[in-house]
Design a protein around this ligand. Structure first.
Ligand code: UN1
Length: 455
């Protein structure tokens, strides 16, 4: 299957050694060209995403746009890989940090964002001076091949900067164990991260993990309900519940609980489900029969504990595994809410006090994305403060999914702690040198240490 691992690594290393010698802004220029090529072939890539990942065409286009945005961001960043200069405590000395590339970055991506997550990693890794070996999900290798073809069309002598390693878990393990892979960036389930990370750590390599979420939203009495229902429906049912940022748990203040449920159920029931290539459709099929089995199991397991289950059934639609997104009303935080099911199931539970809702939100092992819907700034400030959300992403009056590339993306706890995409996430793809330069004629020692002999 594909090229031999050692050949891939040798080619990637050779590409890295050439590429790192280019000035960063020149590297940025290649990424700019990559972005332009993607702009021209946006439709083609989006179609490929929809045929493999099965997400609706508008979301697939959005995903390609996410990579284009990353190209623009990284092009600018290529002139801004700043190191600080600090005042030295010694006369005629300069204390400075310098950022240098790491080497080969391994990148494991999941089926659900087959192109965007590669874009987050590749655009940053490349302007920082690294090469990349990409292991896409077996569900979406066609997306990887097409993206690589587009890179090759602009890459000139740097085609090997992007190499694809096909395969399933065994291929990920090979990357994890190989000391030539300076950084392993992995997106997928918490279980996958827990299997892979120790292999990388055992050789003291670097990990960048973006693992499962179990995202929650809190609806407070002052929330604008029209906006809220829209945000909740998109986050819970959009992408057929298969984003790591998908909304799974909804805590609703008891005063508005009935009103929210009354609006939420028709909002779910009126979702247009069907062929993801049809522009009127909002929800496409699940990725596989296995995903449906997992969804069914979760719903079966909680059937005795739930107050009421709305939807969740398999639909009789040709050409895929289609389901009606489910709403599960519960009175308490049941066990089934503790784990991520990669399918559209939204648990809804009433709360009395905001602090209790925040506690429940934070009670799970994962810590990716969270939202609060409120017009009371004391509530939103509490949510964003030290006693608030423990997630890497915390939103006010928007859903848990659909982050822009400008901010750092990732989560805490079992989500793995990594940050990708915007802000200063680029630092994960570089090594920091602290340099002290003496331009004087004396050799003063730090902390006033004397080392001169008197004689
Ligand atoms: C993922 O599901 O792995 O914020 C990534 C979002 C997208 C990325 C999701 N921009 O929902």
């Amino acid at each position: 299957m594909g090229e031999k691992h050692s050949d891939l690594v040798n080619k990637s290393k050779a590409a890295f050694l050439k590429w790192r010698a280019l000035p960063a802004p020149e590297r940025g220029n290649y990424i700019r060209l990559f972005g332009e090529a993607l702009r021209e072939q946006k439709k083609e890539v989006a179609n490929q995403i929809t045929s493999e990942a099965k997400k609706i065409i508008s979301e697939s286009e959005g995903e390609v746009q996410e990579v284009i945005d990353m190209c623009d961001f990284a092009t600018g960043l290529s002139r801004q890989l700043y190191g600080l200069t600090m005042p030295s405590e010694r006369p005629n000395h300069r204390l400075q940090e310098i950022w240098q590339p790491l080497g080969i970055v391994g990148c494991i991506t999941a089926f659900n964002f087959p192109v965007a997550v590669f874009g987050w990693n590749f655009c940053l890794a490349a302007v920082c001076g690294n090469s990349i070996i990409w292991k896409p999900s077996p569900h979406s290798e066609g997306c990887a091949e097409l993206t690589k073809k587009i890179w090759d069309s602009v890459a000139g002598e740097y085609k090997d900067l992007v190499l694809i390693k096909k395969g399933a878990n065994d291929a990920s393990v090979e990357l994890a164990e190989d000391e030539n892979i300076a950084l392993l960036s992995a997106t997928g389930s918490c279980a996958m991260g827990k299997a892979i990370a120790p292999l990388v750590s055992a050789r003291l390599g670097r990990n960048l993990l973006e693992l499962g979420g179990n995202n929650a939203a809190i609806i407070c009495p002052t929330a604008d309900l029209d906006l809220t229902i829209k945000g909740v429906t998109f986050s819970a049912a959009g992408t057929t519940g298969q984003r790591c940022t998908t909304l799974r748990r909804l805590f609703v203040h008891e005063d508005i609980y009935e009103e929210v449920i009354k609006k939420l159920i028709p909002s779910f029931e009126s979702l247009k489900i069907g062929d993801p290539f049809d522009r009127n459709i909002q929800v496409g099929p699940l990725i596989s029969e296995q995903s449906y089995e997992a969804m069914k199991k979760t719903l079966d397991d909680c059937s005795n504990k739930a107050k009421k289950i709305h939807g969740g059934q398999k639909l009789d639609i040709e050409g895929g595994i289609y389901v009606q997104p489910a709403i599960v009303e519960v009175d308490s935080h049941i066990d089934e809410m503790n784990d991520e099911t990669f399918a559209p199931i939204l648990f809804v539970m009433p709360f009395k006090k905001l602090t209790d809702a925040i506690k429940l939100q934070n009670s799970v092992k994962q810590g990716l994305s969270s939202s609060i819907f409120t017009n009371d700034f004391r509530e939103s400030e509490l949510f964003l403060g030290p006693e608030g959300s423990d997630c890497g992403i915390a939103n006010v009056n928007i859903g848990t999914s659909g982050a822009e590339i400008g901010g750092a993306f990732g989560g805490e706890k079992d989500t793995g702690g990594g940050r990708e995409s915007g802000s200063d996430a680029w630092k994960a793809y570089m090594r920091r040198i602290t340099a002290t330069l003496n331009h004087g004629i004396e050799l003063p020692l730090a902390q006033g240490v004397e080392f001169d002999s008197e004689s």
